[in-house]
Write a protein that binds this ligand. Structure first.
Ligand SMILES: *Cc1c(COP(=O)(O)O)cnc(C)c1O
Length: 382
């Protein structure tokens, strides 16, 4: 039971218990196979691909979401070249997006996002004067919302500049809309513990291009292909059999897990009535996110203070945008007003598959107390 003074965490992961993983681990013991695309990794790849309506060839696992982005970049765009040194990246994202591009030799150029979708748009990229110097475009599925895949595929076909999608939080979106998976654009997923589907640490490249996926395999394994000779730029991006064991156990219980999230989402919907500002909920977002859109930056600061005081953890998941973070602010970037505004007004509220109804009630009361003068409205976005 939670009491009214218990700390409420912004997210509380729960991965399969040891007993559920043990049956799979015994298969590692028996096979004496621990990494390098062993039987458990292959089974996880096939089952996940099937969940996206794809053959097993369309999915290659990775050691992390960041490793999946790097492998997808190297396999699709290759490392940066002197002629095209830039990667075009949205400012409103998690640090891993831009770090992955840097690890592949690119200098990151930040673009602003669309105020409604919170994603980079093909039109913004097409209009950007830096496109001629870019060897990579890296749109992000913000909070699991897919960017305009068809539009980016058309942009890639027209300009020849390769597009890789950081779809880290979009595993559910791919399950619900398998049409996002194409032969044109590789999508990188994260299976980190704070994502809806998790292997602890892990990720995958989803791409319906068998030749492309053969390159993903190659760059993920030191650039080796059919020999132990390093033939292209690569890294060690391989998922271990142990992480695949966690993933297989997670998949076994995933339908149940999604129903649990749906029930908590329904409770959140009920609590949204009467709140100032706007609540963004799954399935519009990945199930791990509930975001409160504050009417102003000042209102968000007030809400953060009030919620912290009440023992409720909140998070600015993408901070103020990457362009504002010390490592990336070394280079002068154009102003990104939408990214800055979203960073100042989108607040991550607690969400978990087993978040109790009374915890949600406490959060709603604290939010209402933080905005006493605001007009009540029931603007639930689902
Ligand atoms: C989680 C996340 C990542 C990083 O994934 P890891 O598995 O932690 O490496 C990258 N980009 C976005 C948008 C994410 O949400």
């Amino acid at each position: 039971m939670t009491s009214d003074t218990d700390w409420i965490a912004v997210y509380r992961p729960e991965l399969p218990p040891a007993e559920a993983i043990a049956a799979y681990l015994r298969r590692c013991d028996a096979a004496r196979f621990y990494s390098n695309r062993g039987p458990l990794v292959r089974e996880l790849e096939a089952r996940l691909a099937a969940a996206f309506g794809q053959p097993a060839e369309a999915l290659r696992s990775a050691a992390s979401g960041t490793a999946a982005i790097e492998a997808a970049i190297l396999a699709h765009a290759g490392p940066a070249t002197p002629e095209r040194p830039l990667a075009l990246v949205p400012g409103y994202t998690f640090a891993a997006t831009a770090l992955a591009a840097e690890r592949c030799g690119y200098r990151v150029a930040f673009l602003d996002v669309d105020p409604d979708s919170w994603c980079l748009t093909p039109a913004a990229v097409a209009a950007d004067p830096r496109l001629g110097d870019a060897g990579l475009v890296l749109p992000v599925a913000a909070y699991g919302r897919m960017p305009d895949i068809a539009g980016f595929a058309a942009l890639q076909a027209e300009t020849g500049v390769k597009v890789v999608v950081d779809a880290a939080a979009a595993t559910e979106a791919l399950m619900d809309t398998p049409g996002h998976v194409t032969a044109a654009l590789p999508l990188a997923l994260s299976f980190h513990a704070t994502k809806t589907f998790s292997t602890g640490e892990g990720g995958a490249v989803v791409w319906a291009d068998p030749e492309g996926q053969a390159r993903v395999e190659q760059v993920s394994n030191f650039g080796f292909r059919l020999s132990r000779e390093c033939k292209v730029a690569g890294l060690n991006a391989k998922m271990s059999e142990y992480h695949a064991a966690v993933g297989l156990a997670m998949l076994d219980g995933f339908a149940l897990r999604r129903r649990a999230y749906a029930a908590v989402t329904t409770a959140w919907q009920a609590a949204a009535t009467g709140l100032t500002g706007r609540l963004h909920l799954p399935p519009d977002l990945a199930s791990i996110y509930v975001l409160w859109e504050a009417p102003s930056a000042a209102a968000m600061i007030r809400a953060e203070a009030t919620l912290t005081e009440a023992g409720i953890e909140t998070r600015r998941w993408y901070e103020a945008g990457l362009q504002a973070q010390p490592h990336f602010a070394r280079e002068t970037q154009p102003p990104l007003p939408v990214t800055a505004d979203l960073g100042a007004r989108l607040l991550g509220l607690p969400m978990s598959h087993d978040l109790p109804r009374r915890a949600i009630g406490r959060i709603a009361v604290a939010l209402a107390a933080a905005s006493p003068s605001g007009p009540p409205q029931a603007a639930v976005q689902t």
